[in-house]
Design a protein around this ligand. Sequence first.
Ligand SMILES: [Fe+2]
Length: 215
Amino acid sequence: MNTAPTEVRTDARTLARPDAPLGRSAVYAVLNTGYVGSTGPGVAATVSYAGDGGRHVIFDPGMVASPGHILDPLAELGLGADDITDVVLSHHHPDNIMNVGLFPKARIHDHKAEYLGHKWTARDAEGYELTPSLRLIHTPGHSLEDITLLAGTESGVVAFAGDLWWHAEGPAPADGPVAPDREALRAARRRVLAAADLIVPGHGAPFEPGDGVPL
Ligand SMILES: [Fe+2]
């Protein structure tokens, strides 16, 4: 797997999107495609991997049918649980964080802090860079603590957006059962749409930004 030091791009398209990471050397894989009650047999999170510059990152190690649904596809990438250096939690709902304990050596990231062992280091996620190709931004609306991981890859910017969208169909704010601040949710969705070439939602398969994406 290529996790060589990040390369920084400064082309016009990247610079026109202020939230986009300048680096484009990250790689990624969706380990488990999630679902909710209306689209699957239960509730499962979309669990993803991103790698860059020696960092091996899991995004949203949430509910899955069994740990193998995370660890087996990770092994296919040549990685074990102890190789994971960082875990990013999009927000604090149990269905998105249930399996965080699978990665005991990882630094855990949320909107306000990093956690490792018994160390709690406060920091704001807004603009925080794990590497120049892996950037966090604060995108509240589904909850107060939502963050998105923007990964600059060779093929474009991939946004791991947690439950800003459960899946490509939304839910739209008008019928979303979990959206304490629908205007904030719309603003966060617009921000991610402006930055990304591909969006990975919290409980579904990746989809591309476009006119049909619910706001
Ligand atoms: Fe959630």
